[in-house]
Design a protein around this ligand. Structure first.
Ligand SMILES: Cc1cc2nc3c(=O)[nH]c(=O)nc-3n(C[C@H](O)[C@H](O)[C@H](O)COP(=O)(O)OP(=O)(O)OC[C@H]3O[C@@H](n4cnc5c(N)ncnc54)[C@H](O)[C@@H]3O)c2cc1C
Ligand code: SF4
Length: 809
């Protein structure tokens, strides 16, 4: 029998998923042709945010490679737009003149980004965030320009802004509403999100009405209705999408906001279907993949069932959203705004930065917003999907994460088999457990390949990992976590390969270890640079191009593009000569703000980049390393010489420690403190290494953190002499340098590996002596970075000199 011919217009996420469903149901029924406007095979558009943020490479987000099309005998035309559809003769014609006949036609043309019709929106440097090309434009722009404006404080705008920050651009998000993600969050969660993102370095202009974009050929700024202006070399519009229906309209299909379809995704024209963002079902156009995949399934069932309408078809979807910005957990689903008939359960823990709201109507959960802890999201989604009656349920049964007992049961253990783990792909706990047991799966990637779970936004990856460890009994920590999307190797493996193969350069590591990208990304380059320095502390030439901007320029970039300079003040002690110098520099360079930092030093804020070398010369002090992944500061209390309670010389010891370890590179910043008695005025209990004087001894605490993840340091050792303190610090620090992953604070490392593991490793005297020897070796290479720059004309020219740009238009 002759195969029926399907043509798919649009090689995107919904269309190709529909083909996958069709092939799964009946691999031999159809002869398939696909036309795609973009010059790529089908890729995961959702993960463009991760590519921009440096967490994935373009290659790694391909969902179906060219081989997949070949294996399934699909005729594929990429980079070729369909320009005409004739529903009478059942043919389509492409831009390149390809003509094909169809029996069944599927429109999956997605959306076009909505561009605000502002004067100046046609200038160079004004783009959307929709496809690989936009992503590449942003990455390229960041190489030559520094200021970006993102119009739109929704999901897409915030993900774009995070990516641009990671590319070392200064970013301001312009948003018309008075809080962020107002369509997904309520005002409380929106405000908490803003605070969290501000801490990550993002700036916001809320209630902002844009008037026009300025500049000649290229955009140079945004002008607002209130007359204020923002400088911007790149403007990313992320204000919404418009279903791409022009071709369908021309072909005579009924359209409203999008192509109108019934429960089987049939359009108004015989044998023509529409699926995805270009389709409108019951008056709703969906812009998230989970509903689109459900539509694809309904379409496939219908098309493979020879037109008999046996299935209930597509019945609409409950939508939910998760923001893909690392360190920010946000989830929202359904109707979460309060109404006349609604009641809600609210949890707001300002200490933990957690906000939860579950909205109930007629004894059913109809919406939820979770901020800071999203572990309840699968359960709430299932309750919403099933319309579960909650009248007899306690608050803890609805939000199990609020269970205050110390022995909290894992969320996945408490889930029923029918509950959904991966919302995007509709994969239940039962599906995953069955696949793990029947096919002996041991990694998240295998679960992904086998069940589709975590194949889209990746938000459920931690749950899949947890389920895997619960089901197999293996520790989740043994799951391999690649260093980034450029390589399959973990941090530990990269460090070991560098050691074993004696690799010496960043490029060499990437070539020898088979990186999938040519230049790596902002995640792997600094890590590789660190591991190379660790392995060969004397000969390795630090690769400054692989460092973040603050470390590259040895000063902290501020939100207006100027820099802050922190000279070293050992142990927080200074003198009149230093203060005079600082005051003179402040006058000479008209420093707008002098600030005493939390680490007991003076910060000079607002210095222009080109003035940095001159400022350092005039100060004549050493760098305070306030910008690096290295030893920062040793805070001290006044101690025995001045304080009535002090039993020890905290200032003397603090200065000794700071002088010894000054400049040592570490996986992340390391802060220390010495307090001379348990009153702890130097806050030793929340430092990476904190020392507290007790009668005749010093207690050494480790793994504390005073930042976002507040954590108390744990008692590590009690010693009697200053030398023993230094030896303990040396062995602990060197073990941290060698054992932790790059960008892992001591607090996270201690939590991951456990203090016992560290204590055990350092129990052995011989091992301790070797660690001390290795740290001493690394310390011999330390050089003050400011004087290093001052000695090099080349560095001053290439890194700090203001370059005049020739204007040609
Ligand atoms: C940066 C970003 C992040 C996102 N994050 C999330 C998320 O976290 N969660 C989530 O659920 N969703 C997310 N989305 C939305 C999700 O990607 C879309 O809902 C989904 O891709 C829509 O699928 P689609 O197949 O309808 O359209 P698309 O994937 O856009 O595919 C349509 C394709 O059709 C092509 N086309 C159009 N016209 C023609 C023609 N005439 N001829 C040939 N080809 C044509 C287009 O070029 C395009 O490649 C995100 C989107 C973006 C851009
Ligand atoms: S920690 Fe103790 S010794 Fe140090 S200043 Fe405070 S009270 Fe005095």
């Amino acid at each position: 029998m002759l195969k029926q011919k399907i043509i798919l217009i649009g090689n995107g996420m919904a269309g190709v998923r529909t083909l996958e469903e069709i092939i799964k149901k009946d691999p031999n029924k159809f002869e398939i042709t696909v036309f795609g406007e973009e010059p790529h095979p089908n890729y995961n558009r959702i993960l463009l945010s991760s590519v921009l943020q440096g967490d994935a490479s373009i290659d790694s987000i391909v969902l179906n490679s060219y081989e997949w099309y070949e294996e399934n005998q699909i005729e594929l035309f990429t980079g070729d737009t369909v320009v005409k559809v004739d529903t009478k003769s059942q043919t389509v014609i492409s831009q390149n003149g390809i003509s094909r006949h169809y029996d069944q036609l599927i429109f999956a043309t997605g959306s076009n980004p909505f561009m605000l019709p502002l004067p100046g929106a046609d200038k160079e440097g004004v783009i959307a965030f929709r496809n690989i090309k936009d992503c590449e434009t942003m990455i390229d722009t960041a190489k030559n320009y520094k200021k970006a404006a993102v119009i739109g404080g929704g999901l897409l705008g915030l993900e774009a802004a995070r990516g641009l920050l990671n590319l070392d651009m200064e970013v301001e998000v312009i948003h018309i509403a008075d809080y962020l993600m107002e369509r997904q969050l309520d005002d409380q969660a929106g405000r908490m999100l803003k605070e969290e993102l501000e801490e990550q370095g993002m700036k916001f202009r809320l209630n902002a009405h844009t008037e026009r974009l300025t500049g000649k050929k290229r955009v140079d700024g945004v002008l607002f209705k209130d007359g204020s202006k923002l400088d911007a070399d790149l403007v990313v519009m992320a204000v919404g999408i418009k279903p791409n229906v022009a071709l369908a309209k021309e072909a005579g299909l009924e359209t409203n906001r999008a192509i109108v379809v019934n429960d089987y995704m049939q359009t108004s024209v015989q044998n023509v279907y529409a699926v995805g963002e270009c389709a409108e079902h019951s008056g709703i156009v969906y812009g998230l993949v989970a509903p689109l995949y459900e539509q694809g399934k309904a379409l496939a069932e219908h098309i493979c069932a020879n037109d008999t309408l046996i299935e209930p078809g597509y019945q609409g979807s409950i939508v939910y959203t998760q923001l893909k910005v690392s360190g920010v957990d946000v989830f929202s689903a359904g109707r979460f705004q309060d109404g006349e008939k609604t009641k809600s359960i609210r949890v707001h823990d300002e200490f933990e930065g957690i906000f939860k709201k579950v909205v109930v109507e007629d004894n059913k959960v109809i919406g939820a917003v979770l901020f800071g802890d999203t572990s309840d999201s699968p359960r709430l989604l299932t309750m919403m999907r099933n319309g579960q009656d909650i009248s007899k349920m306690s608050k803890v049964a609805i939000l199990p994460s609020e269970n205050e007992s110390d022995e909290k049961e894992s969320v996945v253990v408490a889930m029923a088999d029918s509950e959904t783990i991966c919302g995007c792909n509709g994969v239940s706990k039962g599906d995953i457990v069955k696949a793990i047991n029947e096919q002996g799966l041991t990694t998240v990637d295998q679960v992904k390949a086998c069940t589709n779970a975590s194949r889209s936004c990746g938000g459920c990856k931690p749950l899949v990992a947890e389920l895997l460890s619960v089901t197999t009994g293996e520790e989740a920590s043994s799951q391999k976590e690649p260093i980034c999307g450029c390589s399959d190797l973990s941090h530990e493996e990269v460090a070991a390969e560098i050691r074993d193969k004696g690799l010496n350069y960043v490029r060499e590591v990437m070539n020898v270890l088979g990186w999938t990208t040519e230049n790596g990304c902002s995640k792997c380059r600094p890590a590789v640079n660190y591991y190379l320095g660790l392995n060969n502390p004397i000969e390795y030439e630090d690769d400054s191009t692989s460092k973040f901007v603050n470390e590259r320029l040895h000063a902290n970039i501020q939100n207006d593009g100027t820099f802050s300079v922190v000279p070293r003040m050992y142990g927080g002690v200074t003198n009149s000569e230093q203060l005079r110098k600082i005051a003179d520099v402040a006058d000479k360079y008209q420093v707008p703000l002098l600030k005493v930092t939390g680490g007991q030093r003076i910060d000079l804020l607002g210095i222009a980049k080109e003035d940095l070398p001159k400022v350092w010369t005039d100060l004549g002090m050493r760098s305070g390393y306030a910008y690096g992944k290295s030893i920062r500061t040793v805070k001290t209390c006044v101690g025995e010489n001045f304080c009535r309670f002090g039993t020890q010389d905290s200032i003397g010891l603090g200065i000794q420690i700071e002088k010894k370890y000054e400049g040592l590179s570490t996986p992340h910043k390391v802060k220390m403190a010495v307090s001379a008695c348990p009153r702890n005025c130097a806050e030793s209990g929340i430092k990476d290494i904190g020392i507290v004087g007790v009668e005749g001894a010093w207690e050494i605490y480790v793994g504390g953190n005073g930042g976002v993840d507040l954590r108390s340091a744990e008692l590590f050792a009690k010693v009697h002499t200053d030398q023993e303190v230094l030896d303990t610090i040396s062995s602990f620090l060197q073990f941290y340098r060698e054992d932790a992953r790059y960008l892992e604070r001591t607090s996270h490392w201690v939590e991951r590996v456990g203090l016992d593991h560290i204590k055990k490793a350092l129990e052995n005297e011989e091992k301790r002596a070797q660690l001390i020897e290795r740290v001493e070796l690394a310390l011999t290479k330390q050089q003050d970075p400011w004087s290093d720059v001052l000695e090099s004309k080349d560095k001053q020219e290439s890194l700090y000199e203001k370059k005049e740009v020739e204007v040609t238009n």
